[in-house]
Design a protein around this ligand. Structure first.
Ligand SMILES: Cc1ncc(C[n+]2csc(CCOP(=O)(O)OP(=O)(O)O)c2C)c(N)n1
Length: 260
């Protein structure tokens, strides 16, 4: 598995060179995506359209820089392509566009839609008798979208055991702390009441993440991954200011030094 430092460096360099993007919610995703793409998902980067591959729906599509770095480091496309984030004609759109880049299973960016799409994908796979699974990553601020809860209600009712949800619980949304905007706690009770098995983990600790994914239950699993927005860069950590802002040259150098 590639180191989380390499992914974080990619994220910061890409967003700096694009001059825009979302560092905070990309940096919080790194260890979750590393686990998924190196340990959990049944995939073949040589065959990105393989019908029986596991799928990822990054419902919080603004975390795209983290996903692009992971996909390139996993071999879906050349690493040099990362320099083209948000450039006109590049497949690396500001939010994932599945027709533009190998390895993307879903176009996202409009929050609140990913879990419904994951449910549809999972239903299609079941009908085809495929053993492939669908993983869906939600933001914690995104949980304020009502559409999430329609899907959260129907997935256990339809016994869709081929779906696993991961909540990136970094406690900060676009312009403030999640619990100051609309509190979402008690999260565990909410998901349980909707019929889910819940596992909580430190979303930056690979062993803890692995343990959470290995939870056995006769209900669909949601993993609440406790993370830090802007993880790894002191001046970005827990700061809503760094939700959607590119580092300038000095800030990039300072961040890269810290990561070393
Ligand atoms: C439907 C919709 N409304 C608003 C936005 C703008 N927006 C982009 S990111 C974001 C905050 C999301 O917060 P959270 O889910 O906690 O993401 P994270 O902190 O992990 O980046 C908002 C409101 C959007 N992309 N889609």
């Amino acid at each position: 598995m590639i180191s989380s430092r390499v992914i974080r460096e990619d994220i910061l360099r890409m967003i700096h060179s694009a001059g825009s993007g979302h560092p905070g919610g990309s940096l919080s995703l790194v260890e979750i995506l590393l686990h998924l793409y190196w340990k959990e998902m049944r995939i073949d980067p040589e065959r990105p359209q393989w019908e029986d591959r596991d799928r990822l729906v990054l419902s919080k599509g603004h975390g795209a820089p983290a996903l692009y770095s992971i996909l390139s480091r996993r071999g879906y496309f050349p690493i040099e392509k990362l320099d083209t984030l948000r450039k006109f004609g590049s497949g690396l759109e500001g939010h994932p566009h599945m027709q533009s880049l190998p390895g993307l299973d879903c176009s996202t960016g409009s929050l609140g839609q990913g879990l419904g799409i994951a449910a549809g994908l999972a239903l299609g796979l079941s009908i085809r008798k495929s053993s492939a699974r669908v993983f869906c990553i939600l933001g914690d601020g995104e949980l304020q979208e009502g559409s999430i809860w329609e899907s959260a209600m129907s997935i256990p009712a339809l016994k869709q055991m081929n779906i696993t949800v991961i909540v990136d619980r970094n406690h900060v949304q676009l312009d403030d702390a999640v619990d100051k905007v609309i509190p979402i706690e008690p999260l565990t009770y909410k998901w349980r009441a909707f019929g889910w098995a819940v596992a909580i983990c430190n979303g930056h600790d690979s062993d803890d993440i692995e343990k959470a994914f290995s939870t056995k239950s006769d209900k669909p699993l949601v993993i609440i991954a406790e993370t830090v927005k802007g993880k790894g860069v002191s001046f970005m950590e827990n700061q809503a200011l760094w939700h959607g802002k590119a580092p300038d040259e000095d800030q990039l150098q300072k961040a890269l030094e810290e990561l070393e």
